[in-house]
Design a protein around this ligand. Structure first.
Ligand code: SF4
Length: 120
């Protein structure tokens, strides 16, 4: 990972700090209420990741562009699946969320949630 990548993931992890105290059930409500992917694709019709970084990154960005639930979706995925994540959440393919996860987890270990639980 390059220093530029590290900076990018540090910044993205920090951008989720506003959600640190939001309980899991509220996050779920936020995502269910605002997600745009639920009405774009019928079940089973969503495009699949290729396993290659750039096409997957572009696909994720396209799928989630403008989604009002983006931060909540990403926060929820990191809480629930952590490094075991798969698919697209929060405009990031799984390889990017796996890269982001250690930075997010380090910030969370310093800022214990006051209202949320750990669903892992
Ligand atoms: S950020 Fe993407 S995966 Fe998450 S709810 Fe929005 S459209 Fe769906």
């Amino acid at each position: 990972m390059t220093p530029r990548d590290e900076h990018k993931w540090r910044q993205r992890a920090a951008s989720l700090d506003w959600l640190h105290a939001v309980p899991d059930d509220v996050l779920i409500d936020m995502v269910l209420r605002d997600c745009q992917c639920a009405w774009i694709f019928d079940p089973g019709e969503a495009p699949e990741l290729s396993g290659e970084d750039e096409p997957d990154r572009e696909l994720a960005a396209r799928l989630c562009a403008g989604c009002p639930a983006m931060d909540a979706c990403l926060e929820l995925d990191l809480r629930i699946w952590g490094p075991r994540t798969t698919g697209v959440f929060g405009a990031l393919p799984e390889q990017d969320r796996q890269a982001l996860y250690p930075y997010w987890a380090a910030r969370r270990s310093r800022r214990r949630p006051t209202g949320g639980g750990d669903m892992q």
